[in-house]
Design a binder for this molecule. Structure first.
Ligand SMILES: [Mg+2]
Length: 409
């Protein structure tokens, strides 16, 4: 049987690169895409190659990033363009195969086994076409399974191709740390370290039964990955798993120490969730919050909502309530994830709550208006007053505004 030919293509510094493609003046500069909140207190969601070299990290507060890299240019995120560019890149992939499986917005697996062209030639064409047509760069891994293809796309970047074959995988993959493997998270990495396993090669040479005993099914799966035995398929482009939840999380470079700091992060994460729900035509019937403390323990809780919503302020408020009811601050917080859960189509009739209070129609009109303003003038044109620096907020201004809870920037 012919070996499979799988590509994994990863757009380099995707958000920042799209910003540069949209605005050529930003090219080659140090830029950071910051959470759609007031500049200095925004959180870095993505950075360009140059900003990365200056030490700017995702999850950093904007003013810290600026201190590390004084020439840093901060831009607000433009999600609608990221979605558009993500589709355009996929359009290029579709010239070579219809087996295209996205992994997040900026990564895809392609199965090119049945193409008359050689896999390395396809990878080279894709790399060039993405660069020439979209002014973006990708790094591509070429291999005989999905796991190694993904590893390959991480090995050389930006704008590069790495081939991992049956002949060279022991030399290329085995020296890597286990944590580089797909689905080998921090907890699993720790467990592996506790039995003296640090590299993929050490993992591969262990008996599968030892791993089964130590890590269960997950251990056997990782052992197969390490030995090049991953047989999972690349999905067909027409297959899209229905969204079960829409979440957004971030790991902060500095611990969050107070309720106020955590709430600011929750409000900025929720803003994108509301936008995504509305653009996908979905409503949430519940909210989930997960909190990881600075010892990397993660805890999570969820609440059901009496009426479904796509309103970010309501999602944020519920997430803050969850935090205050359940988290007791024995330790400071390293990362937070807000997720809208139990999604339903926005067309479904909105259930009235058992209290009989109807959904606030005014908020729906308001949110649509806010989306329009964001599309016209950018995300920083209008931000929730809650996440602005309070010292800059004129007293009582929230009650005076036509749109309560929002402030013009
Ligand atoms: Mg990427």
């Amino acid at each position: 049987m012919r070996d499979r030919a799988i590509l994994h293509s990863d757009a380099n510094c995707f958000y920042a690169s799209v910003e540069m493609a949209l605005n050529p003046e930003l090219r080659g500069k140090a830029i950071a895409v910051c959470g759609s909140i007031e500049d200095r207190h925004g959180i870095v969601l993505a950075k360009s190659e140059k900003a990365k070299r200056a030490g700017v990290k995702t999850g950093m507060v904007a003013w810290q990033a600026c201190r590390l890299c004084p020439e840093l240019i901060i831009v607000p995120p433009h999600y609608d363009y990221y979605v558009k560019y993500s589709r355009l890149i996929r359009g290029i992939y579709a010239r070579y195969t219809d087996m295209i499986e996205p992994f997040g917005m900026d990564e895809c697996w392609l199965d090119v086994t049945h193409s008359p062209m050689k896999p390395m030639e396809i990878a080279e064409r894709i790399r060039r076409e993405v660069k020439d047509e979209l002014a973006l760069t990708v790094s591509i891994g070429v291999s005989f399974n999905k796991v190694f293809a993904k590893l390959g796309s991480d090995m050389k970047k930006p704008d590069a191709i790495t081939e991992i074959t049956r002949e060279n995988f022991k030399e290329k993959v085995w020296p890597l740390s286990c944590s580089e493997l797909l689905y080998c998270g921090r907890a699993t990495t720790k467990k592996l370290e506790s039995i003296g396993v640090q590299t993929v090669g050490q993992l591969a040479c262990l008996g599968a039964d030892i791993l089964k005993h130590k890590l269960g099914k997950n251990g056997v799966m990782l052992w197969k990955y390490a030995n090049g035995l991953d047989t999972s398929r690349v999905a067909h482009e027409s297959y899209s798993a229905p969204a079960k939840s829409v979440g957004h999380g971030i790991t902060c470079t500095d611990d969050l120490r107070t309720v106020d700091e955590a709430e600011k992060v929750i409000f900025s994460l929720s803003q994108d969730i509301g936008y995504k729900l509305r653009s996908m035509g979905l409503r949430a019937k519940g909210v989930h919050l997960s909190v990881r403390d600075n010892t990397l323990q993660t805890v999570g809780w969820q609440v059901a909502l009496a009426t479904s919503t796509q309103d970010e302020l309501r999602i944020a408020t519920e997430a803050c309530k969850i935090l205050n009811a359940n988290y007791h601050w024995q330790r400071n917080v390293r990362s937070l994830t807000v997720t809208a859960i139990n999604l339903e189509s926005a067309e479904e009739e909105i259930q009235l709550s058992f209290m009989g209070c109807p959904v606030d129609e005014k908020r729906e009109v308001l949110n649509r208006t806010i989306d329009e303003i964001h599309e016209l003038f950018g995300k920083s044109a209008l931000v929730p007053a809650r996440i602005l620096d309070e010292s800059k907020m004129p007293h009582g201004v929230c009650d005076e505004l036509i749109m309560p809870g929002w402030m013009y920037n």
